[in-house]
Design a protein around this ligand. Structure first.
Ligand code: CDP
Length: 794
């Protein structure tokens, strides 16, 4: 290795690769020393603090608001109500789903925790104390909590602010072919049907949402520090909503303490901080607390899915169909590409070669918080994978086949890629059988089944659950995808300084995924400049090119591609400059990582650093080549990428308490070319832990009055190291054929793939009781209850 490195230092070695490989994160020195810089760390001269008064009830008419006592409270500078915002035409703001959302309630409150008034004070405590002094008279209305009855004719109409609205229906959307699917079902030997609830959960990032707004009245310029996963899209939307010209708005998204979809939307608090700064002439900070985060800023899932799977009696899966009731809360604020109101749910055909598929999704208003964010998933892929992977397991049970064998029989084969599924996707690449066999081998699948048989004979409850998932990530091609009219492309700019050090500016925004490392590695791989010599700039609209941001695992598929291409553009330009320096023709040069050299004479060449100096020096440059080593691109992906994986979960269930222990978890992931295996494993570990939370512990429940019962971490449980096993990870590599470096996303695979594996394992453990399905979360109480009144296993 040492010799190799000496021969070509730009290749690096295994421990210090210049390019892809397991290098430590460049951002960690500041995080491990407590030197991260988050929104709440920002303190500006004269800064005020805002606090939001929230509705205690889920549905009520606003009769009156009296703010006089709050205004008289020491330290209070201003109190803003919905009526004040009406005057500024800011009481309602557009959502990401062509609806409007109240910034502060004017007519009614529509969910518990809705924003009613905004107090601005000299400090956070005065602002919070003054909230108690605001008198609000609510005329309470019957709430709509159960999505199943929300469309009943007598149901109270939540959105009477929308002219002509007489019910709580938002949309119907479908994909696939209903008639074809019905025909296949009618002719099938076996059909399995099940209703499944993917409960309302919350991304719950460690850092809650917040903003510091600083409006400068002389220039009419706004600087907004925000917890945002998409600074550029936010800037455009702020310009449209506020009327402040876009070039006068700067959005800065500093270090972000986890996003998981929670920081995609524009929440009333952000807008109120801006209004507060305009009204008071001073910077205003708003930071929500944990309960505000859990109660108001977005939720995820909340799908009631009727699923059906059809097969022949010898286990050939023929078709799937599904109807879904989607609870979108009081305002349709879900973050999805415009064309897809149910996100990418139509990937529910899974990893199987089917004859037909059809799904229909109905969106419904209820008196709950709005949001519908893609919590660590690419727009409803999580729900889709859960549905199909539970159905396949149920089918295996019905056919008395091993669930691994059933999957192996039906997985799409390598030679079928690119594979067009029945709902319109084109899966780019895959070798599914290889991944499943690898996971089975890592798990020792046959031995596990043997152990299970022995344990069952002794009355012990052990379960083995499999899931095989295909995701669709990297949204997306401009011709198909936009968010509020903005095409989902991303830019990258690369500048090589005269001494050969580089800065790459990207439009996506890390929330902990390690972009400062992996995006430097992409440039390093393409140019042979060591990653430590490449600065990655992101999260500041004044410093970076336009792009749609980080969510749905789109950073590597879209922005990663932009970075590879911009580096190649620089490399190409470097060739012309090197040719001039070497007094030869560009076509006579050959590239090896880090330098251009003369074909046939490797000793004569120029390194990237030498070429950079040449570009900025006194050399006479070739016609059409300007004196720098910079480039920029905007990347419009031709297709999404389709990561996949095979997961196996082993659980033990305590028959006395119903407690589920995840004893082992084997995860084999394929995200194509792997940039940094250490970061990939970290992403997988986090996602698997999330999966344990969703499968076993978490849901945002409401009582009949619409009280949110999951508003604290005492009620909404976050898994810790105690609840999870030592993860056993493996991988296969099937590059994406259309991505410049063959990479697919990885950030969300494990959150998507793990819940069905865990639930399949729990249901498998409970099979001796005749249990065939259980809704998440499989809490001890639910598991215990399911076992009661059923014949005990031997
Ligand atoms: O959009 P987001 O960053 O959340 O997701 P991602 O593109 O899946 O990337 C998550 C992290 O894993 C980033 O640091 C990626 O660069 C890294 N990654 C990788 O090293 N190799 C891949 N094939 C995919 C992602």
């Amino acid at each position: 290795i040492i010799e190799e490195r000496a021969a070509n230092p730009a290749a690096g070695d295994e421990n210090r690769p210049i390019g892809y490989g397991r290098i430590q994160r460049k951002e960690d020195p500041r995080f491990v020393r407590g030197k991260g810089h988050y929104v709440d760390d920002i303190v500006l001269p004269g800064m005020l603090h805002g606090a939001i008064l929230r509705s205690p009830v889920a549905h009520a008419r606003l009769v009156s608001i009296d703010t006089s006592a709050a205004l008289a409270h020491p330290g209070v500078v201003a109190v803003i109500t919905g009526q004040d915002l009406l005057g500024l035409k800011l009481a309602w703001a557009p959502t990401l789903s062509a609806d409007v959302q109240a910034v502060l309630a004017t007519d009614k409150v529509r969910f518990q925790g809705q924003e009613v008034a905004f107090v601005i004070a000299e400090d956070r405590y005065a602002a919070r104390d003054a909230l108690e002094l605001i008198e609000v008279d609510y005329d309470v209305l019957p709430p709509v909590i159960d999505v199943r009855t929300a469309l009943d004719p007598g149901s109270p109409v939540i959105r009477d602010d929308i002219e002509g609205r007489t019910d709580n229906h938002i949309f119907d959307w479908e994909a696939g072919n209903a008639a074809e699917t019905d025909a296949v079902f009618a002719a099938a030997d076996v059909v399995v049907t099940q209703e499944m609830v993917y409960p309302r959960v919350h991304p719950a990032p460690m850092e809650t949402c917040g903003a510091v707004a600083d409006f400068e009245p002389i220039e009419g310029a706004l600087t907004l520090y925000e917890t945002s996963q998409a600074p550029h899209a936010h800037r455009t939307l702020f310009a449209i909503v506020s009327g402040i010209p876009e070039h006068k708005i700067r959005i800065v998204s500093p270090d972000i303490g986890g996003g998981f979809g929670n920081k995609v939307g524009i929440y009333p608090g952000y807008i109120l901080a801006v209004v507060g700064s305009i009204v008071t002439g001073r910077p205003v900070k708003w930071m929500e607390d944990r309960s505000e985060n859990l109660m108001s800023t977005s939720f995820a899932r909340d799908y009631i899915m009727q699923g059906e799977i059809a097969a022949t009696k010898d286990g050939k899966i023929l078709a799937v169909r599904s109807t879904v009731l989607a609870d979108h809360g009081a305002f349709n604020a879900t973050a999805q590409p415009s064309k897809y109101p149910a996100g990418f749910f139509h990937i529910f055909t899974g990893s199987y070669d089917l004859q037909a598929a059809h799904c229909k999704v109905t969106g419904v208003y209820t008196n709950k918080a709005p949001g519908g964010v893609a919590y660590a998933c690419s727009f409803r892929v999580t729900e889709a994978v859960y549905l199909v992977e539970r159905l396949v397991d149920m089918l295996a049970r019905k056919l008395e086949m091993d669930p691994a064998e059933l999957r192996l029989k039906n997985l799409i084969k390598p030679e079928q890629f690119p594979y067009k599924n029945k709902t319109g996707w084109e899966y780019d690449s895959g070798n599914y059988e290889q991944a499943l066999r690898k996971s089975m081998q890592m798990a020792g699948y046959d031995d596990l089944r043997r152990e299970q048989r022995e344990k069952r004979a002794r009355g012990e409850l052990m379960g083995i659950g499999i899931s095989f998932f295909t995701e669709t990530v990297g949204a997306g091609p401009r011709k198909h995808m936009d968010i509020v009219g903005l095409g989902m492309a991303d830019g990258a700019e690369l500048r090589i300084h005269p001494t050969g050090k580089a800065v790459v500016r990207i439009s996506v925004q890390s929330q902990g995924q390690g972009h400062e490392t992996t995006f430097a590695q992409i440039v390093a791989e393409e140019l042979g400049i060591p990653p430590e010599d490449i600065d990655v700039v992101h999260g500041d609209t004044d410093q970076t090119p336009f792009g749609l941001g980080t969510y749905g695992s789109r950073s590597t598929p879209v922005s990663g591609a932009a970075v590879a291409l911009v580096a190649r553009k620089v490399r190409e330009k470097a060739k012309f400059i090197a040719a001039a320096m070497l007094e030869t023709r560009p076509e006579d040069l050959e590239w090896e990582k880090g330098r251009w050299f003369v074909k046939g004479d490797p000793s004569v060449g120029r390194t990237m650093a030498e070429i950079a100096m040449g570009a900025h020096g006194t050399l006479t440059l070739p016609e059409g080549i300007d004196g720098n080593l910079d480039a920029e691109v905007t990347y419009d992906p031709p297709n999404l990428t389709f990561p996949f994986g095979a997961y196996i979960c082993v659980v033990d269930v305590d028959p006395g308490t119903g407690h589920v222990k995840v004893r082992r978890f084997i995860a084999v992931d394929d995200c194509g070319t792997r940039i940094n295996p250490m970061i990939i494993e970290g992403q997988v570990h986090g996602g698997l832990t999330d999966g344990v939370g969703m499968a076993l512990m978490q849901f945002i429940e409401f009582d009949k009055e619409g009280n949110n019962l999951g508003g604290t971490f005492m009620d909404y449980l976050i898994p810790t190291a105690l609840e999870v096993p030592d993860w056993e990870t493996g991988f296969t590599v099937t590059p994406s054929p259309h991505h410049p470096i063959g990479a697919k996303g990885i950030g969300e695979s494990a959150t998507v793939g793990s819940p069905p594996a865990i639930v399949n394992a729990v249901v498998d453990a409970l099979a001796p009781f005749g249990i065939t399905h259980m809704d998440m979360p499989c809490t001890p109480a639910r598991v215990w209850e399911a076992m009661q009144g059923r014949p005990r296993p031997p």
